[in-house]
Design a protein around this ligand. Structure first.
Ligand SMILES: Cc1cc2nc3c(=O)[nH]c(=O)nc-3n(C[C@H](O)[C@H](O)[C@H](O)COP(=O)(O)OP(=O)(O)OC[C@H]3O[C@@H](n4cnc5c(N)ncnc54)[C@H](O)[C@@H]3O)c2cc1C
Length: 411
């Protein structure tokens, strides 16, 4: 007697969709994976600067947005960082960890995509490229679904929507189709904003085209109110600021920026100095004041482009002799390196962002990622209102939700 195999459609062949398709097929379902692009995992192949930061060993709800925080713990209990490492090992992808950040030893994201694709083929998953999910409807009185796409119509028992967010370069096909499709199905969609993104500033400071990278602490304020602070390598660009600490902070300030609130950042280029030791340092520097130019005096104190910017902001000529500058003015120049101000104009937009904050409300989703009002439909990955910090947390959520939904849908 032949056993009936559940027919499952997975829409979206990115991180969460490929994981869901593999898990459903491993559990015995007949799986069809629909991908709008002409390749699988386009965004995945760009992650971690091409190295693919798969997950992070230091992980819990505090690394995610407020809406997801209370749910993420139990999801990670079911499929967490160690399960991810084990899952990739089963595909022949061996991982290593750098301070908890987990990468494939090959340090090639393309290898991760290739391993997932090979497993899909090995399991007999049907992959349809250039297939854009358009709508999902209940098939008559039965329990199945009619799935309409740009290239045809499919019948299935269950549907997993894994079409991703609005973030990423154009080639990743991150057009946010899923928000519209899920809304039509009755799900509530939280307002979306780009997150893990840099900002344009109103200050016109001259930086080289490639920008300047500097270890710093950066704090964002609205008036006197400190919004958030981060530490790390900040990138100063011709028209804005970026780098990991800025991207990490972006999740907390993006809404205020989009409402045109006057948010500004203060950059501290001497973050490891307390007030007393920095004061001592300034006194030492002031003692060096002689006939050399102020630009020469600053040459060992800060990056030359930053020095130029500080002097320009203070309307001082770089050729001015240090000896002709008063002690209090010199003190003022050095103090700039602790509170370099940047007025935030806008964020760099979805195409430059790594994730989208907002999306399908987790309140509409059961623990197995099925839709509460229509449990044959599942929503996974970044399409949901779940976003994490930089460091492997977003891919971990893609694996976690893909694994749980893929298994649940096949039973
Ligand atoms: C440059 C960059 C670097 C990043 N680096 C990291 C990192 O190192 N670590 C980390 O944790 N996170 C990283 N992220 C975030 C991470 O890539 C995403 O969170 C993750 O890929 C989300 O997985 P997903 O499956 O939800 O969406 P995606 O991976 O975007 O997959 C969605 C898929 O659905 C397809 N699709 C869209 N619409 C339709 C439709 N209508 N029909 C059919 N298919 C459709 C798309 O073509 C795509 O293949 C990075 C993101 C970017 C942009």
């Amino acid at each position: 007697m032949s056993v009936y195999k559940k027919k499952i459609i997975v829409a979206g062949g990115g991180a969460s969709g490929m994981c869901a398709a593999i898990c459903a097929a491993r559990s015995g379902a007949e799986v069809t994976l629909l991908e709008k692009n002409n390749v699988l995992g386009k965004k995945l192949s760009m992650t971690g600067n091409g190295r693919c930061n798969l997950t992070n060993l230091k992980i819990d709800g505090s690394y995610y947005n407020a809406a997801a925080k209370s749910r993420i713990g139990s999801w990670l209990n079911e499929f967490g960082a160690l399960d991810t490492i084990e899952f990739f090992r089963s595909l022949g992808v061996i991982t290593m960890s750098e301070y908890g950040y987990v990468y494939p030893v090959s340090e090639q994201a393309a290898g991760v995509v290739s391993a997932l694709s090979n497993e899909l083929s090995r399991l007999g998953v049907t992959i349809v490229y250039n297939s854009q999910l358009k709508s999902i409807e209940r098939t008559g009185e039965s329990v199945g679904y009619t799935v309409k796409t740009s290239e045809g119509v499919y019948e299935s028992d269950k549907v997993i929507i894994a079409t991703g967010s609005l973030s990423g370069a154009k080639t990743t096909m991150s057009t946010g189709d899923g928000y519209y499709i899920c809304k039509k199905l009755g799900m509530s969609v939280k307002d979306t904003f780009p997150a893990l993104v840099g900002f344009k500033t109103t200050d016109e400071d001259i930086m080289p085209a490639a920008g300047v990278r500097s270890k710093a602490a950066i704090s964002f304020y609205l008036g006197e109110e400190l919004l958030t602070s981060e530490k790390g390598e900040v990138q100063l660009l011709t028209d804005g600021i970026s780098g990991i600490p800025v991207m990490q902070a972006s999740r907390g300030i993006i809404k205020l920026v989009s409402e045109n609130k006057p948010v500004y950042a203060l950059l501290d280029l001497y973050p490891d100095y307390d007030e007393e030791s920095f004061d001592r340092l300034i006194n030492e520097m002031i003692k060096l004041r002689d006939s050399r130019s102020i630009s020469e005096l600053l040459s060992g104190f800060g990056n030359s482009y930053i020095n130029e910017m500080v002097l320009k902001r203070m309307k001082l000529s770089p050729t001015m002799k240090a000896v002709n500058i008063s002690e209090s003015m010199l003190r003022c120049i050095f103090e700039n390196y602790r509170k370099l101000k940047f007025n935030i104009k806008e964020c760099n937009g979805y195409a430059a962002s790594q994730v989208t904050t907002g999306g399908i409300s987790v309140g509409d989703i059961n623990d197995d990622f099925s839709y509460k009002n229509n449990p044959g439909i599942y929503v996974v990955g970044e399409l949901l209102d779940v976003d994490g910090r930089c460091g492997g947390y977003n891919l971990q959520f893609a694996w976690t939700s893909g694994y749980i939904a893929g298994n649940a849908a096949s039973h």
